[in-house]
Design a protein around this ligand. Sequence first.
Ligand SMILES: [Zn+2]
Length: 124
Amino acid sequence: MAAASRGSWSSFGVAMHMTKKSKIAVAALGALAVLAALEVAPFIRARSTPSAAPCVNNLLQIEGAKQSWALDNGRSTNDTPAWEDIRPFLKPTIKCPQGGTYILGRVGEAPKCSIGGPSHTVPQ
Ligand SMILES: [Zn+2]
């Protein structure tokens, strides 16, 4: 190999060699990262998808009902509907699976569950 006997250039040769190797390593790591991302993606998606938590799903339905009520009645985002107002827009069975109480709040804000936490709060 001529490169090895080129004195100061040999380190350059080694550097090139390392670069080629690390390129392969980076490519392999990249492939692993993609695989890892694919493995993890469903979990991340599940956490942010409303259907993951029944209570969040309920809260989203309540939010939709509030919007429908506001639209149908010419209300603004500052108005607060009563349960009777939004009942017609909801399934009668809607309730927190852990027994929380729903706080409707204004049309412009997300309804809340008294239990709170990620599985009882509308994702922002
Ligand atoms: Zn809840």
